[in-house]
Design a protein around this ligand. Structure first.
Ligand code: ADP
Ligand code: F6P
Length: 320
Protein backbone atom coordinates (compact mmCIF):
# COMPACT_ATOMS: atom_id res chain seq x y z
CA UNK A 1 0.00 0.00 0.00
CA UNK A 2 1.60 3.23 -1.16
CA UNK A 3 -1.18 5.65 -2.00
CA UNK A 4 -4.60 6.04 -0.42
CA UNK A 5 -7.55 7.93 -1.93
CA UNK A 6 -10.25 9.36 0.32
CA UNK A 7 -13.72 10.64 -0.61
CA UNK A 8 -16.97 11.65 1.05
CA UNK A 9 -20.31 10.70 -0.55
CA UNK A 10 -24.05 10.83 0.14
CA UNK A 11 -25.53 13.23 2.68
CA UNK A 12 -22.97 15.34 4.56
CA UNK A 13 -22.63 14.64 8.27
CA UNK A 14 -20.92 16.60 11.08
CA UNK A 15 -17.59 14.89 11.75
CA UNK A 16 -16.79 14.01 8.14
CA UNK A 17 -14.02 16.63 8.20
CA UNK A 18 -12.56 15.17 11.37
CA UNK A 19 -12.52 11.77 9.62
CA UNK A 20 -10.79 13.19 6.52
CA UNK A 21 -8.19 14.79 8.80
CA UNK A 22 -7.61 11.49 10.62
CA UNK A 23 -7.20 9.59 7.34
CA UNK A 24 -4.75 12.16 5.94
CA UNK A 25 -2.68 12.54 9.09
CA UNK A 26 -2.51 8.79 9.85
CA UNK A 27 -1.49 8.04 6.25
CA UNK A 28 1.29 10.64 6.33
CA UNK A 29 2.41 9.44 9.78
CA UNK A 30 2.99 5.99 8.30
CA UNK A 31 4.74 7.33 5.20
CA UNK A 32 1.85 6.78 2.76
CA UNK A 33 0.78 9.20 0.07
CA UNK A 34 -2.82 10.37 0.30
CA UNK A 35 -5.06 12.10 -2.22
CA UNK A 36 -8.50 13.60 -1.77
CA UNK A 37 -11.22 12.90 -4.32
CA UNK A 38 -13.59 15.86 -4.55
CA UNK A 39 -17.39 15.67 -4.94
CA UNK A 40 -17.81 11.99 -4.07
CA UNK A 41 -18.15 9.35 -6.77
CA UNK A 42 -18.99 11.96 -9.40
CA UNK A 43 -15.64 13.62 -8.76
CA UNK A 44 -13.96 10.23 -8.94
CA UNK A 45 -15.49 9.52 -12.34
CA UNK A 46 -14.40 13.00 -13.51
CA UNK A 47 -10.85 12.64 -12.09
CA UNK A 48 -11.20 15.43 -9.51
CA UNK A 49 -8.24 14.22 -7.49
CA UNK A 50 -5.86 16.39 -5.45
CA UNK A 51 -2.90 15.65 -3.19
CA UNK A 52 -3.49 16.12 0.53
CA UNK A 53 -0.72 17.24 2.87
CA UNK A 54 -0.68 17.95 6.60
CA UNK A 55 -1.84 21.55 6.20
CA UNK A 56 -4.68 20.64 3.81
CA UNK A 57 -6.60 19.37 6.85
CA UNK A 58 -5.62 22.09 9.31
CA UNK A 59 -8.41 23.81 11.24
CA UNK A 60 -11.22 21.50 10.11
CA UNK A 61 -11.78 19.17 13.09
CA UNK A 62 -14.47 21.51 14.43
CA UNK A 63 -16.20 22.21 11.10
CA UNK A 64 -19.42 20.63 9.87
CA UNK A 65 -19.91 19.57 6.25
CA UNK A 66 -17.05 18.15 4.20
CA UNK A 67 -14.10 20.01 2.69
CA UNK A 68 -14.03 17.38 -0.08
CA UNK A 69 -17.68 18.20 -0.97
CA UNK A 70 -20.29 15.55 -1.72
CA UNK A 71 -22.61 14.73 -4.59
CA UNK A 72 -25.25 12.05 -5.13
CA UNK A 73 -24.04 10.25 -8.26
CA UNK A 74 -26.47 8.00 -10.14
CA UNK A 75 -23.80 7.04 -12.69
CA UNK A 76 -21.86 5.01 -10.11
CA UNK A 77 -24.84 2.67 -9.84
CA UNK A 78 -24.17 1.54 -13.44
CA UNK A 79 -21.39 -0.82 -14.56
CA UNK A 80 -20.25 1.83 -17.04
CA UNK A 81 -19.88 4.41 -14.29
CA UNK A 82 -18.07 1.95 -12.04
CA UNK A 83 -15.61 1.09 -14.83
CA UNK A 84 -14.91 4.78 -15.39
CA UNK A 85 -14.26 5.24 -11.67
CA UNK A 86 -11.87 2.27 -11.55
CA UNK A 87 -9.93 3.68 -14.53
CA UNK A 88 -9.42 6.94 -12.62
CA UNK A 89 -8.28 5.08 -9.49
CA UNK A 90 -5.73 3.16 -11.57
CA UNK A 91 -4.61 6.23 -13.55
CA UNK A 92 -3.84 7.99 -10.24
CA UNK A 93 -2.06 4.90 -8.83
CA UNK A 94 -4.50 4.77 -5.93
CA UNK A 95 -4.10 1.33 -4.39
CA UNK A 96 -6.54 1.74 -1.51
CA UNK A 97 -9.80 3.70 -1.32
CA UNK A 98 -11.45 5.02 1.84
CA UNK A 99 -15.09 5.99 1.33
CA UNK A 100 -16.72 8.09 4.05
CA UNK A 101 -20.52 8.07 3.94
CA UNK A 102 -23.80 6.33 4.70
CA UNK A 103 -25.23 3.01 3.58
CA UNK A 104 -25.45 4.10 -0.09
CA UNK A 105 -21.86 5.30 -0.18
CA UNK A 106 -20.70 1.97 1.24
CA UNK A 107 -22.68 0.13 -1.48
CA UNK A 108 -20.77 2.23 -4.00
CA UNK A 109 -17.43 1.28 -2.40
CA UNK A 110 -18.40 -2.40 -2.48
CA UNK A 111 -19.33 -2.17 -6.17
CA UNK A 112 -15.92 -0.64 -6.97
CA UNK A 113 -14.10 -3.35 -5.02
CA UNK A 114 -16.08 -6.16 -6.65
CA UNK A 115 -15.47 -4.89 -10.18
CA UNK A 116 -11.74 -4.17 -9.72
CA UNK A 117 -10.37 -5.97 -6.67
CA UNK A 118 -8.98 -2.64 -5.42
CA UNK A 119 -8.93 -2.65 -1.61
CA UNK A 120 -11.62 -0.42 -0.08
CA UNK A 121 -12.52 0.52 3.47
CA UNK A 122 -15.77 2.24 4.39
CA UNK A 123 -16.13 4.75 7.22
CA UNK A 124 -19.78 4.94 8.34
CA UNK A 125 -20.80 8.60 8.38
CA UNK A 126 -24.42 9.68 8.21
CA UNK A 127 -26.78 11.52 10.50
CA UNK A 128 -29.24 8.66 9.89
CA UNK A 129 -27.16 6.02 11.78
CA UNK A 130 -28.44 3.47 9.28
CA UNK A 131 -25.27 1.44 8.65
CA UNK A 132 -25.44 -2.23 9.62
CA UNK A 133 -22.56 -3.62 11.70
CA UNK A 134 -21.83 -0.45 13.67
CA UNK A 135 -23.66 0.92 16.67
CA UNK A 136 -22.89 4.44 15.62
CA UNK A 137 -22.14 6.47 12.53
CA UNK A 138 -20.21 9.75 12.47
CA UNK A 139 -22.65 12.66 12.74
CA UNK A 140 -25.58 10.89 14.38
CA UNK A 141 -24.80 12.14 17.89
CA UNK A 142 -24.46 15.72 16.63
CA UNK A 143 -27.74 15.60 14.71
CA UNK A 144 -29.58 14.15 17.71
CA UNK A 145 -28.22 16.88 20.00
CA UNK A 146 -29.12 19.60 17.49
CA UNK A 147 -32.68 18.25 17.27
CA UNK A 148 -32.88 17.89 21.05
CA UNK A 149 -31.93 21.52 21.63
CA UNK A 150 -34.65 22.61 19.20
CA UNK A 151 -37.30 20.33 20.73
CA UNK A 152 -36.53 21.57 24.25
CA UNK A 153 -37.15 25.11 23.02
CA UNK A 154 -40.36 24.15 21.25
CA UNK A 155 -41.57 22.51 24.47
CA UNK A 156 -41.56 25.95 26.12
CA UNK A 157 -44.14 27.15 23.59
CA UNK A 158 -46.08 23.89 23.80
CA UNK A 159 -46.37 24.29 27.57
CA UNK A 160 -47.16 28.01 27.54
CA UNK A 161 -49.84 27.74 24.86
CA UNK A 162 -51.11 24.31 25.94
CA UNK A 163 -50.55 22.92 22.47
CA UNK A 164 -49.66 19.61 20.91
CA UNK A 165 -46.57 19.87 18.74
CA UNK A 166 -45.60 17.50 15.96
CA UNK A 167 -41.87 17.85 15.41
CA UNK A 168 -40.56 16.31 12.23
CA UNK A 169 -36.94 15.21 12.30
CA UNK A 170 -34.80 13.84 9.47
CA UNK A 171 -34.94 10.23 8.37
CA UNK A 172 -36.64 9.72 5.03
CA UNK A 173 -36.38 5.97 5.32
CA UNK A 174 -35.15 5.28 8.84
CA UNK A 175 -36.27 6.33 12.32
CA UNK A 176 -33.04 6.22 14.32
CA UNK A 177 -32.90 9.98 14.92
CA UNK A 178 -36.59 10.17 15.86
CA UNK A 179 -36.27 7.28 18.28
CA UNK A 180 -33.17 8.59 20.05
CA UNK A 181 -34.24 12.23 20.26
CA UNK A 182 -37.84 11.31 21.07
CA UNK A 183 -36.70 9.40 24.15
CA UNK A 184 -34.24 12.13 25.18
CA UNK A 185 -36.89 14.84 24.80
CA UNK A 186 -39.54 12.90 26.71
CA UNK A 187 -41.87 12.79 23.72
CA UNK A 188 -45.37 11.47 24.36
CA UNK A 189 -45.38 9.74 20.99
CA UNK A 190 -42.67 8.69 18.51
CA UNK A 191 -43.54 7.87 14.90
CA UNK A 192 -41.00 6.10 12.71
CA UNK A 193 -41.25 4.49 9.26
CA UNK A 194 -40.30 1.04 10.61
CA UNK A 195 -43.31 0.74 12.95
CA UNK A 196 -46.94 0.90 11.84
CA UNK A 197 -49.08 3.16 13.94
CA UNK A 198 -52.77 3.75 14.42
CA UNK A 199 -53.93 7.35 14.35
CA UNK A 200 -56.97 6.35 16.43
CA UNK A 201 -54.72 5.01 19.18
CA UNK A 202 -52.56 8.13 19.07
CA UNK A 203 -55.64 10.35 19.45
CA UNK A 204 -56.94 8.15 22.26
CA UNK A 205 -53.62 8.42 24.14
CA UNK A 206 -53.54 12.20 23.70
CA UNK A 207 -57.16 12.45 24.84
CA UNK A 208 -56.52 10.34 27.93
CA UNK A 209 -53.54 12.52 28.76
CA UNK A 210 -55.59 15.66 28.35
CA UNK A 211 -58.38 14.24 30.54
CA UNK A 212 -55.77 13.60 33.25
CA UNK A 213 -54.73 17.24 33.09
CA UNK A 214 -51.84 17.08 30.63
CA UNK A 215 -52.03 20.39 28.82
CA UNK A 216 -49.35 19.91 26.16
CA UNK A 217 -47.76 17.06 24.24
CA UNK A 218 -44.81 16.45 21.97
CA UNK A 219 -44.93 14.04 19.06
CA UNK A 220 -41.56 13.37 17.44
CA UNK A 221 -41.85 11.93 13.98
CA UNK A 222 -39.34 10.90 11.33
CA UNK A 223 -39.91 12.63 7.97
CA UNK A 224 -40.59 9.24 6.35
CA UNK A 225 -43.30 8.25 8.83
CA UNK A 226 -46.17 10.07 7.12
CA UNK A 227 -47.62 13.49 6.45
CA UNK A 228 -47.16 15.54 9.60
CA UNK A 229 -49.69 18.21 8.57
CA UNK A 230 -52.43 15.66 7.80
CA UNK A 231 -51.77 13.91 11.13
CA UNK A 232 -51.92 17.29 12.88
CA UNK A 233 -55.31 18.12 11.35
CA UNK A 234 -56.77 14.79 12.46
CA UNK A 235 -55.48 15.23 16.01
CA UNK A 236 -56.97 18.73 16.16
CA UNK A 237 -60.31 17.38 14.98
CA UNK A 238 -60.48 14.29 17.24
CA UNK A 239 -58.66 15.44 20.36
CA UNK A 240 -59.68 19.07 20.25
CA UNK A 241 -56.25 20.47 21.16
CA UNK A 242 -54.44 23.11 19.17
CA UNK A 243 -51.74 21.44 17.04
CA UNK A 244 -48.66 22.96 15.45
CA UNK A 245 -46.15 21.28 13.16
CA UNK A 246 -42.46 22.14 13.19
CA UNK A 247 -40.10 20.67 10.60
CA UNK A 248 -36.49 20.81 11.79
CA UNK A 249 -34.94 19.97 8.40
CA UNK A 250 -31.37 20.60 7.35
CA UNK A 251 -30.21 22.27 10.57
CA UNK A 252 -29.73 18.67 11.72
CA UNK A 253 -27.15 18.00 9.01
CA UNK A 254 -24.85 20.94 9.73
CA UNK A 255 -22.94 22.56 12.54
CA UNK A 256 -19.91 21.85 14.61
CA UNK A 257 -19.63 18.15 15.52
CA UNK A 258 -20.05 17.10 19.16
CA UNK A 259 -17.04 15.65 20.97
CA UNK A 260 -18.54 12.17 20.49
CA UNK A 261 -18.80 12.63 16.70
CA UNK A 262 -15.26 14.05 16.54
CA UNK A 263 -13.64 11.32 18.65
CA UNK A 264 -15.47 8.63 16.69
CA UNK A 265 -14.27 10.26 13.45
CA UNK A 266 -10.65 10.33 14.71
CA UNK A 267 -10.82 6.65 15.68
CA UNK A 268 -12.62 5.56 12.49
CA UNK A 269 -10.22 7.51 10.23
CA UNK A 270 -7.09 6.08 11.83
CA UNK A 271 -8.53 2.55 11.95
CA UNK A 272 -9.47 2.70 8.25
CA UNK A 273 -5.85 3.47 7.29
CA UNK A 274 -4.63 0.68 9.58
CA UNK A 275 -6.93 -1.83 7.86
CA UNK A 276 -5.53 -0.93 4.44
CA UNK A 277 -1.95 -1.11 5.78
CA UNK A 278 -2.68 -4.60 7.13
CA UNK A 279 -3.78 -5.70 3.67
CA UNK A 280 -7.53 -5.87 4.29
CA UNK A 281 -9.47 -5.75 1.03
CA UNK A 282 -13.07 -4.93 1.81
CA UNK A 283 -14.13 -3.81 5.29
CA UNK A 284 -15.89 -1.10 7.22
CA UNK A 285 -14.67 0.28 10.51
CA UNK A 286 -17.28 -0.13 13.21
CA UNK A 287 -18.20 0.40 16.83
CA UNK A 288 -19.48 -2.66 18.70
CA UNK A 289 -20.34 -2.60 22.41
CA UNK A 290 -18.49 0.72 22.52
CA UNK A 291 -15.26 -0.79 21.14
CA UNK A 292 -13.56 -0.30 17.78
CA UNK A 293 -13.78 -3.22 15.38
CA UNK A 294 -14.21 -3.95 11.68
CA UNK A 295 -16.87 -5.78 9.71
CA UNK A 296 -16.91 -7.18 6.17
CA UNK A 297 -18.14 -4.51 3.73
CA UNK A 298 -20.42 -7.03 2.05
CA UNK A 299 -22.02 -8.02 5.34
CA UNK A 300 -22.58 -4.34 6.17
CA UNK A 301 -24.26 -3.77 2.80
CA UNK A 302 -26.42 -6.87 2.75
CA UNK A 303 -28.67 -6.34 5.76
CA UNK A 304 -30.90 -3.48 6.78
CA UNK A 305 -29.96 -2.20 10.24
CA UNK A 306 -32.53 -3.09 12.85
CA UNK A 307 -34.28 -0.55 15.02
CA UNK A 308 -33.70 -0.88 18.75
CA UNK A 309 -37.17 -1.90 19.89
CA UNK A 310 -36.15 -1.59 23.56
CA UNK A 311 -35.83 2.17 23.10
CA UNK A 312 -39.26 2.34 21.47
CA UNK A 313 -40.87 0.34 24.29
CA UNK A 314 -39.05 2.38 26.93
CA UNK A 315 -40.43 5.61 25.51
CA UNK A 316 -43.94 4.13 25.53
CA UNK A 317 -43.53 3.25 29.24
CA UNK A 318 -42.02 6.58 30.24
CA UNK A 319 -44.61 8.62 28.40
CA UNK A 320 -47.81 7.15 29.86
P1 ADP B 1 -25.70 7.84 1.81
O1 ADP B 1 -24.32 7.36 1.60
O2 ADP B 1 -25.78 9.02 2.72
O3 ADP B 1 -26.64 6.71 2.19
P2 ADP B 1 -26.78 7.77 -0.92
O4 ADP B 1 -27.73 6.65 -0.66
O5 ADP B 1 -27.25 8.92 -1.74
O6 ADP B 1 -26.23 8.42 0.43
O7 ADP B 1 -25.49 7.14 -1.61
C1 ADP B 1 -24.38 7.94 -1.95
C2 ADP B 1 -23.86 7.56 -3.30
O8 ADP B 1 -23.35 6.22 -3.28
C3 ADP B 1 -24.89 7.56 -4.42
O9 ADP B 1 -25.11 8.83 -4.94
C4 ADP B 1 -24.21 6.67 -5.44
O10 ADP B 1 -23.22 7.35 -6.15
C5 ADP B 1 -23.53 5.61 -4.55
N1 ADP B 1 -24.38 4.41 -4.42
C6 ADP B 1 -25.49 4.26 -3.66
N2 ADP B 1 -26.02 3.03 -3.81
C7 ADP B 1 -25.25 2.39 -4.71
C8 ADP B 1 -25.28 1.08 -5.31
N3 ADP B 1 -26.23 0.19 -5.02
N4 ADP B 1 -24.31 0.77 -6.21
C9 ADP B 1 -23.35 1.65 -6.53
N5 ADP B 1 -23.27 2.90 -6.01
C10 ADP B 1 -24.19 3.28 -5.11
O1 F6P C 1 -28.64 11.26 4.85
C1 F6P C 1 -29.42 11.97 5.73
C2 F6P C 1 -30.68 12.51 5.12
O2 F6P C 1 -30.81 13.70 5.78
C3 F6P C 1 -31.94 11.72 5.25
O3 F6P C 1 -32.47 11.66 6.53
C4 F6P C 1 -32.83 12.41 4.26
O4 F6P C 1 -33.82 11.57 3.84
C5 F6P C 1 -31.88 12.75 3.16
O5 F6P C 1 -30.59 12.79 3.76
C6 F6P C 1 -32.16 14.01 2.44
O6 F6P C 1 -31.02 14.41 1.75
P1 F6P C 1 -30.97 15.28 0.41
O7 F6P C 1 -32.01 16.32 0.50
O8 F6P C 1 -29.58 15.82 0.44
O9 F6P C 1 -31.19 14.33 -0.70
Amino acid sequence: MKKIGVLTAGGDAPGMNAAIRAVVRTSIYYGLKVVGIERGYEGLINNEVRPMDLSSVSGIINKGGTILKTVRCEELKTTRGQKKAVKVLKRNNIDGLIAIGGDGSLQGALALHEISGIPVVGIPASIDNDVTGTEMTIGFDTAVNTALEAIDKIRDTATSHERTFIIEVMGRERGFIALEVGLAAGAEIILIPEIKYSLDKICQKLKEGRDRGKSSSIIVMAEGAGNSFAIGEQIEEYVGTEVRVSILGYVQRGGSPTSFSRVLACKFGAAAVDLLRKGEKSKIVALKKGKMTSVSLKAACMKKKEINMDLYKLDAILSI
